[in-house]
Design a binder for this molecule. Structure first.
Ligand SMILES: CSC[C@H]1O[C@H](OP(=O)(O)O)[C@H](O)[C@@H]1O
Ligand SMILES: Nc1ncnc2[nH]cnc12
Length: 326
């Protein structure tokens, strides 16, 4: 069966959503069972078709009986041909589609620049904090309009339980072309800066982000992390370092060539890591996915607007995300 022969609908709940970023447009450990056309949502259409897949593993993996039931949805953040620049990614549509498919968590991949010497290109990072340096021109909320007001907690923007889960597989990363091992960096202070782009930072900005406490920088964690929180979904980004941004005075500042130079190795490691994660989840769904990581019910409490004054359209929109709350 070719990909084009696959069904275009899928009616069962999905377990995990994976968002692929720059250089990561598919995962080899997953066998597609359906390709949903770009999904229309009240917030526009998703950036890519959604591949519904089951775990098949990599050549050395032993399939387990239960693995066949673990279902993953894969979305390509910038589109399958990288059409959407960071500012124009339909982030709200992407996350709404993930919610509609009843995913229990979101695993997101991103290519990032490093703001710290010890985070080398090809290292992976699990940030736990972020600094928003986007310009307020992205739609970053489902609950920010006249007639629908909500304020969600965002003090801890990532899922620590999810990061702990991923970190157990840190030794899977390899760097065959070099003697330098690829490391996975993770602690509670590790901070990603999100800039607007599409141009990279100036040297002065890059140095400022270091002073502010940034460890890595990208253009996509905002509003993705905010929207996952508004959908009550545990969210963790796996950041894959590609360059030293522009703060090293005696080095060339970041260029897209530098970024692309490391994408192949990062893509291989992303595949190996995702394969481990999905295989382990398929054997036993982790507790944070079953219990919602403390987020269940948070949105009902966070929306201040009374149901009686919500318009029909607003009610339809919020019910797209939360059919049971209003
Ligand atoms: C091509 S380098 C800049 C680009 O790479 C990252 O994309 P993603 O997060 O989707 O992997 C970064 O956020 C920028 O959008
Ligand atoms: N230096 C950088 N700045 C912003 N986004 C990036 N993605 C990869 N490298 C980056």
């Amino acid at each position: 069966m070719t990909v084009s022969d696959l069904p275009t609908t899928f009616d069962e709940p999905v377990d995990l959503a994976i968002i692929g970023g720059t250089g990561l447009y598919q995962l080899d450990c997953l066998k597609p069972v359906a390709i949903l056309p770009p999904m229309q949502t009240p917030w526009g259409t998703t950036s890519s078709p959604i591949t519904i897949a089951i775990f098949v593993g990599q050549p050395n993996d032993q399939p387990t009986h239960s693995s066949s039931k673990f279902v993953v949805a894969f979305i390509s953040r910038h589109g399958i041909n990288h059409e959407y620049p960071p500012t124009h990614v339909p982030f709200r549509a992407n996350m709404a589609a993930i919610k509609k498919l009843q995913c229990k968590a979101v695993l997101s991949f991103s290519a990032v620049g490093s703001l710290q010497e010890h985070i080398k290109p090809r290292d992976f990072v699990l940030p736990q904090q972020l600094i928003d340096r986007t310009k307020g021109i992205r739609n970053s909320s489902y609950f920010n309009e006249i007639g629908l007001v909500g304020h969600v907690g965002f003090g801890n923007p990532f899922s620590k339980k999810f990061a702990d889960y991923i970190y157990q597989f840190k030794d899977i990363l390899t760097n065959p072309e070099s003697n330098e091992p690829c490391l996975m960096h993770y602690d509670l202070e590790t901070t990603v800066v999100c800039m607007e782009g599409p141009q990279f930072s100036t040297r002065a900005e890059s140095k400022m982000y270091k002073i502010l406490g940034g460890d890595i920088i990208n253009m996509s964690v905002i509003p993705e992390a905010k929207l996952a929180r508004e959908c009550e979904l545990p969210y963790q980004m796996i950041c894959m370092s590609t360059d030293y941004d522009s703060w090293r005075d005696h080095e060339e500042s970041v260029t897209v060539d530098a970024v692309f130079g490391h994408l192949a190795n990062n893509g291989r490691n992303a595949n190996a890591l995702a394969s481990k994660i999905v295989k382990e989840m398929a054997n036993e769904i982790p507790e944070f996915m079953l219990n919602g990581d403390g987020l269940k019910g948070s949105i009902k409490m966070s929306v201040a607007t009374k149901k009686d004054v919500m318009s029909e359209e607003t009610l339809n929109n919020v019910r797209f995300l939360f059919p049971d709350y209003w």
